[in-house]
Design a protein around this ligand. Sequence first.
Ligand SMILES: Cc1ncc(COP(=O)(O)O)c(C=O)c1O
Length: 279
Amino acid sequence: MKSYCYIDGQIKKLNQAMLPVTDLSILRGFGVFDFLRIYNQKPFRLADHFDRLINSAKLMNLDVPVSLDDLDKIIKNLLVKNKLTEASIKIVLTGGESDDGISLKSQTSHFFILMDDLCDMPSSVFKKGAKLITYNHQRVIPGAKNSNYIPAVLMQTKKKKAGAVEILYTDNDLVLECATSNFFLVKAGVLITPKNNVLKGITRKVVLEIAKKNKIKIEERDVLVSEIKTADEIFITATNKFICPIVMIDKNKIGDGKVGPISVKLLNLYKDYIAEVCK
Ligand SMILES: Cc1ncc(COP(=O)(O)O)c(C=O)c1O
């Protein structure tokens, strides 16, 4: 993490940023956040990330204390202070201070922004493809990027042992999303992604826009676990993972076990899009 952060109206040294121990984020894991990347001093799809933060907060009865314009200015000041042009940032809105340790109290949330270097996956993952392991779980209030990542944290050891990049959440017969990414499947040239009970990722949104522009057919709908075995290609999307091709899920080989052409095409178009909007 970089030395300077923003908290409640001020830029501070990271080791001087404090939260009260009565905050519901600490006592109950109740809060929301968002995560985005900055290229060439330009926050990528900031308005989308801000809208999602507002929506996450609304779903949790919290209020975001800044406007999109404020946020843009804060990020730019923080970039200068940390002497960065490329960065990743985490924007956090806490549940706020509570009198009885469980009830929300309005206007007591704390709002902070942490900055770090960009963190990319190794290039071999994009060439050879990666593995997922599955876990039956549906996130609480899935439409909100809330701070409850308990299963994700607990499953990290198992994930690493299996040599996987992500944990794919299934809900009985349905595929939902990964612990920190969205899920896509390609079948007979059609791009299919779960529609319900998932966090609507910004990368997911951009991929759907790019696919539409390039005349690739799209289906946003419920996806059955059984469709994994007959998929031609699978990939996951997330801010830090871009479009990450998946060639194995648990013990099942996906398609011919190699990275598929639609995954490659979309990854290249996605990279071109970033270069274009952040030049
Ligand atoms: C649960 C979950 N789903 C999907 C995503 C992907 O979202 P994005 O593309 O905005 O990074 C994330 C990102 O962290 C996530 O936590």
